[in-house]
Write a protein that binds this ligand. Structure first.
Ligand code: LLP
Length: 432
């Protein structure tokens, strides 16, 4: 058995000092003692720093804003996280009526909300129109007509963008690639102009923007520039036809380092895109960016306790109290997350598969990891701030974990642990 010893990502909110891992100023073992495991822990400092990196890069040298950040809350929609971003000046990218309700619950300005998603229902569209969102990103001609009908019933106007499928390969995991013509997302490139013409004829529709999102965990800028060029060609064409585009939404998707990936940093990435927009003569457009993972991914860890060490015939298993129910990414995408003991132990280091208690062989969190651990020890699963808690499930009737936000020496419960009774409190047996 050989270990896949990959480098750890660079983290700003979490660090190891003298063999002890901290969230900002609090040892992770203290948090686990106080709040139990499995436990999600986020660093306010790391969240703030990544937002500020985007925000700074959105300003030009004269202090004029070149772009706005609409945080894609699907990555982590905890109210405390989205409220922090709101306070820092973010708008939001939403993909459901539920996410719209969260944004409104924290008092987000409706004009800072864009509503995306490939299958919006009529009630969701109605809720977005009534709230007065900045824009609905439309993904098909059928959806365009549905929005027009819903707006007409409500006697409201619907501001829209069309989501362009630019047929660009984002070179990422096939499940999170969205800008290829074989993907379900967006309007096929060759049909976009025709659909804008149709949109401009519909009585309740106001064309306000154009949108594109090519995938997630993208680690190079090249596919973005290809997509951007294709979208700007469309804007030029539309202008000649008298259809005016006010904003350009470039989606999210910038990757993070889980171990040895080297994505461009936030500042470099944002500058490259925005400079390209200006160089092509579109500096007047209001640019929207929808980052999710790059804002939150490395600002969170999942803490888990070792339940059993189980030597096997071919593998040794480190069985922990977190599972695919808390962090689904390894099971779903074979994703790699760094795993470290929260406190260094002078014990024998062995190669383990780190697995959960769920009844599925796909329930693993890390494969072939060299770890010096004993039963009862605490492990931290790194880079779990994005698509971690939000993808958690109650499979095997497992309550969802608590979430904590650390700010310096202070820790705040931002979601309490679910109780088992809550999990079946909405169910009923048949009448007897
Ligand atoms: N905008 C749109 C329209 C999106 O569909 C997404 C993500 C984003 C923005 C934010 O992308 P980000 O900056 O976070 O890459 N569950 C997967 C990721 C799914 C991403 C879905 N769309 C994972 O765990 O890797």
């Amino acid at each position: 058995m050989t270990s896949k010893t990959l480098p750890l990502p660079k983290l700003s909110g979490f660090s190891e000092r003298n063999g002890i891992w901290y969230a900002e100023e609090i040892p992770l073992i203290d948090l686990a003692k106080e709040y139990g495991t499995p436990l999600y822990v986020y660093s306010k400092k790391a969240l703030t720093e990544s937002y500020e990196a985007y925000d700074k890069a959105c300003m030009d040298s004269k202090g004029k804003r070149r772009a706005r950040i609409h945080y894609a809350m699907k990555a982590n929609s905890n109210l405390a996280v989205i409220d922090l971003f709101k306070q820092l000046g973010a708008g939001f990218d939403l993909v459901s009526g539920g996410e719209l309700a969260r944004a409104l619950a924290i008092g987000a300005d409706p004009k800072s909300l864009v509503f995306a998603g490939v299958g919006k229902s009529a009630p969701e569209i109605a809720a977005a129109l009534k709230a007065g969102v900045k824009c609905i990103n439309v993904e098909s001609i059928a959806e365009l007509h549905k929005i027009n009908r819903v707006a007409s019933d409500l006697n409201l106007r619907a501001p829209i963008s069309l989501r362009v499928n630019p047929d660009v390969d984002a070179q990422t995991h096939p499940y999170i690639s969205t800008g290829l013509k074989g993907n379900k997302f967006g309007i096929a490139y060759h049909e976009v102009l025709k659909t804008y013409r149709e949109a401009s004829r519909l009585p309740q529709i106001d064309v306000v923007g154009i949108d594109c999102h090519i995938g997630s965990q993208i680690t190079t800028t090249a596919p973005y520039l290809d997509a951007l060029d294709k979208v700007l060609d469309l804007v030029e064409h539309l202008k000649r036809e008298g259809i005016v585009i006010h904003h350009l939404d470039l989606g999210g998707g910038l990757g993070i380092s889980y171990s040895n990936e080297t994505p461009p940093d936030i500042t470099e990435f944002t500058n490259t895109l925005l400079n390209h927009v200006t160089e092509r003569g579109f500096g007047h457009l209001d640019v929207v960016l929808e980052p999710g993972r790059s804002l939150v991914g490395n600002a969170g860890v999942l803490l888990t306790t070792v339940e059993y060490l189980k030597p096997g015939v071919e593998k040794n298993f480190c069985i922990v109290d977190a599972a695919m129910t808390e962090l689904m990414r390894p099971a779903l995408y074979e994703a790699h997350h760094g795993i470290v003991p929260a406190q260094t132990k002078q014990t024998k280091s062995i190669v383990y598969d780190v697995v959960g208690p769920v009844c599925e062989s796909g329930d693993w969190l890390g494969r072939d990891r060299q770890l010096a651990v004993e039963e009862g020890d605490l492990l931290a699963i790194l880079s779990a701030g994005a698509y971690g808690f939000v993808m958690a499930s109650n499979y095997n009737t497992r309550p969802k974990p608590a979430e904590i936000m650390v700010d310096g020496k202070d820790a705040f419960v931002i979601r309490r642990r679910e109780s088992i009774q809550e999990l079946y409190s909405t169910e009923s047996v048949l009448p007897k």
